[in-house]
Design a protein around this ligand. Sequence first.
Ligand code: GLY
Length: 575
Amino acid sequence: MKVVAKVLCVLGVLSGPAFGQDVSPEAATGRGQTFAVEAQKFMVAVANPLASKAGYKALQDGGNAIDAMVVAQMVLGLVEPQSSGLGGGAFLVYHNAKLGKITTYDGREKAPGHATPDLFLKPDGTPLKFFKAVVGGRAVGVPGTLMLMYKTHLRYGKLSWKRVLAPAIALAESGFSVSPRLSKLISNDKDRLATYPDTKAYFFDASGQPLVAGHVLKNPQYAQTLRLIAAQGPAVFYQGEIATDIVKAVQGAKNNPGLLNLNDLKSYTVVERPPVCVLYRTYRVCGMGPPSSGALTVGQILGILENFDMSKRTPKTIHLMTEASRLAFADRGRYMADSDFVDLPATGLLDVQYLKDRAALIDPSTAALNVQSGTPPWAEAKEQAMDNAIEFPSTSHLSIVDGDGNAVSLTTTIENGFGSRVMARGFLLNNELTDFSFVPEVNGLPVANRLQAGKRPRSSMSPTIVYGPDGKLKFVLGSPGGSRIIGYVAKTLVAVIDWKMNVAEALALPHFVDRFGKVDLESGPDQQDLATALRSMGHTVNVRDLNSGLHIIAVQPHGLVGAADPRREGLVLGD
Ligand code: GLY
């Protein structure tokens, strides 16, 4: 493994005030690896060094990308508990080298069978405040991550199920050093974390103080949970004693109990779905379709940009990207949701002529005052209202390529930082149901992403795999960051495809994201000039921290090159 392409000059500007503007405790607090890494055979790019090392070891021991994924996920659930784990959900985009085939697995949480569309409405019909909905049992959906890990490992894994759980068990028993990022996030969220006794006992020390960086944290309950899962498989989680404790924690959550019951857990399934792919320039960009809006919205942005010369990074091309993003987000809000429950014009939303027509709405030098959803070709058109779902940044992403050329792009989440703040058996439970629209209808029209029993909340997670002009695997990437994930991934693709940046430069590049008519702009070397240029085109610009957590691997003729987002604590390792 060797280190290449130092980009410290770019990174120097990312060390501004790391916290404060973001209401989510998931905002960035640390700086990570600042260079690209090169390897010949295999590579892991994961958000925490302990998880990277465990995944890397699995590959060294003869495991494949799926084995390394399970190992890394189980360790992430311990060392980065605020972002993902057994209590959450995930989407996997998987390139199977032997078959030359790409597929996706949906391990998204599901709404309980007794949930009704008014779950997040107050008695007077107005929506609950976001954190009133988040903290407690109310927003806990049926977790899918474990079933996704188990099913894909059963199908593709080379190492034993016990072996892939062993590193997390050992680390939970011996203890791990709380990272600066985790410590900062605990401190920022201490009031909410203190709501529930089990959660408080875990994240605070004996004197009642939030855990500090360097504290050695053991999690014997998590170790015992994993031991049971290693011995009995997912049944103990979805039907056995762990299921009982999850239900007890959700239904017993003080002040805000939830509806999840044993039947909900027992009936959970992971769904294999076809990938959603678009052609951008000469690259085929594939990702996760509904219930994620990720690949459709990234695909719309790219499909609109396809109509412009994007070869240089200038205020004008950044303007084009923000306008394309607004158009795509307008369609996302109206049409995108769990397609098992609502009709969705998936093909129409990516129709080349439709996106050309949408591109024609962009004024190349002036920001649009008003952006509306379009009318994609759609046989079963139905009138739907705009969605107002809030998504705060959180989540984790890992990218892996193994020695056989298989690739894993996994984005994994418990939704908000520390999820529902409710713990069971050593892991946090998600609050994924807040990814539904709190309001089920507007002026008598249904919102596509309204809550319905058994439905999966719309996601923005965008695990992505890209094929080059020769049809061969080229990039594996994704990011956390709530609905800004879409912008982070789309911008990274433009950076590596149009601007020909290397992967570390692409990740370090300051972000700009416009979803609903305001450009969020990250501090950077040319931020002042860029802000001025965008404002002169009529944009509202808000300079702020933008906490992506991109992990990317590029397949080059001479080997693999990977990078971790310098805004977080990730590590790339390879051989
Ligand atoms: N909860 C974050 C997402 O699914 O997009």
